[in-house]
Design a binder for this molecule. Structure first.
Ligand SMILES: [Zn+2]
Length: 277
């Protein structure tokens, strides 16, 4: 599953590739992708619209169109966008094809078929289910230290759980939650409201640092929409994690063995020395 930095790279690649293009026709071969809209209504609304920009809210990709419309897309597990030239063959699992006015095709493919797509008017975007509940963007002013202190202060959940709740703290999946906690030297099983102010501040900084590093890392910019077999999520970073997926290996800071605990299908990784309880 792509984490926020990977979605950000998809957004940037889309923005470079399709901004300014006009959609001349649309084809959806997996109706549940756009449910509850009917394909006919979907095609009609999109026909002739121009892509004016591509942005992101959380892991929702926002393809902005003139006519006050936004195509909201969530990749879920395996959703991918590709841009095909006239001679390129349509790949497998191509569930939505947007025919552009320059003869290229913008294709959404999704092997596991959990992706979702929804056309909303700009004025309804903030009220759209899934988006309206999201916590502030991690790089925005709203995601302040005061915000994090207040959020933690009200929660009896463990940090590990709370950090993954996108309605409280936005942007961290399993990988970056583990990495941020390691960087801040905080134990993942600590109760949020019991964290000292100093530690909240350290974690606030660490969250921004790990996400910023992932978003700006040069290795991530190789997400290319023009190469259908070019990328898969999770490999795009080619990065060495400090604790994630390093169970039993030596901590880079202190040499202790990295530990792992699995609950609810998710693994938590931490260094028992650097991240004491
Ligand atoms: Zn350590």
């Amino acid at each position: 599953m792509p984490e926020l930095p990977e979605v950000e790279h998809v957004v940037r690649a889309l923005r470079r590739s399709v901004t300014g293009s006009r959609i001349v026709a649309t084809e959806v071969t997996l109706p549940k992708l756009i449910s509850p809209s009917s394909p006919t209504a979907f095609y009609r609304k999109l026909k002739g619209t121009r892509i004016t920009g591509v942005n992101r809210r959380g892991k929702y990709i926002l393809i902005e169109l003139d006519a006050n419309l936004v195509l909201v897309v969530h990749l879920r597990m395996t959703g991918q966008f590709l841009v095909l030239k006239p001679d390129d063959q349509l790949p497998r699992h191509a569930h939505a094809v947007f025919y552009l006015d320059d003869e290229r095709r913008l294709v959404f493919r999704d092997q596991r078929q959990f992706g979702v797509m929804k056309l909303v008017t700009i004025s309804r975007l903030g009220k759209t289910k899934g988006i309206s509940e999201l916590a502030p963007e991690p790089f925005s002013e709203d995601f302040s230290l005061a915000y994090l202190k207040e959020t933690f202060g009200r929660s009896r959940r463990t940090l590990k759980t709370l950090l993954l709740d996108q309605t409280r703290v936005l942007g961290l999946g399993n990988i970056y939650a583990a990495e941020a906690l390691f960087r801040a030297r905080i134990n993942p099983f600590k109760i949020a409201s019991e964290l000292s102010s100093l530690r909240v501040a350290r974690l606030h900084q660490a969250i921004r640092d790990v996400l910023r590093a992932a978003v700006s890392g040069s290795s991530t910019s190789r997400i290319s929409l023009e190469n259908p077999d070019g990328f898969s999520y999770g490999e795009a970073f080619g990065k060495v994690w400090q604790v994630y997926e390093r169970e039993g290996e030596a901590c880079y800071k202190c040499g202790a063995r990295i530990r792992r605990l699995t609950h609810g299908g998710r693994s938590t990784y931490w260094c028992p020395t650097c991240q004491r309880r």
